[in-house]
Design a protein around this ligand. Sequence first.
Ligand SMILES: [Zn+2]
Ligand SMILES: [Zn+2]
Length: 194
Amino acid sequence: MAARKSNTSHKNLSARLSRRRNPELVRAARKRYYAKHSEQIKEAQRRFYARTRERQRAYAKRYYLNHRSECRANMKAQYRKNRTKWLAQVREHRRKNREHFLAYDRRRRRENPARIDTRILRWRKANPLAAKAHAAVLRSVKRGEIVRPNHCTDCNEKRKLHAHHHRGYERPLDVEWLCASCHRLRHSSQKTRS
Ligand SMILES: [Zn+2]
Ligand SMILES: [Zn+2]
C-alpha cells in the first residue's frame, strides 16, 4: 500500500512538472476536452447558474447601485459601438418572425389605440411639413373631400395606397395615390422627400 501511494504521488509530481513545462500542450488538451464534453460542461454551467441565480443577481444589483454612473457610461458606450449591429439583428429577428410581430403589433394597437409609436412621433418632429401635409390629406379623406382610390397610380395594382405629394408638401392636398413599393421607387428616383 505504502509503496503504491508514494508511486502515485511521484507520478502526480512529475505530471505537474510536465504540465508546467508545456503550457501549450495543456491548453490544447483542455481545448480537446472541452470540445468532447462541451454539452456536459454547458449543462453543468446552466445548473450552477440556476442554483446561484438569486445570489448572482443580488450581487450584480449591488454592484450596479455602487457604480451607477460608471455602469451607465459603459452601457452607453457599448450601445453606441454596437448600435448598427444590434439594430440589424432586431430587424432580422422581426423579418424571420414576421407573422408573430404583425400579430403582436395589431394586438398592441387594439389594446392601446391612443398610444402613438415613438418612431412616428420622431418622424413628425423631423419632418414637420410632411407631417402637416399628411394630416391634411387624412382629414380631407375623412370628410369625403378626397376619395382614396383602390388602385395604384403607377402600377394599377389593387393595394393599400399612400398619398404621395408629387409636387411637394407646400401643396398639401395635391397628391397621387401609390402602393408602398411604387411610392418607395418614386422617392428613391426623385431624391426629394415629398
Ligand atoms: Zn404601385
Ligand atoms: Zn411620397
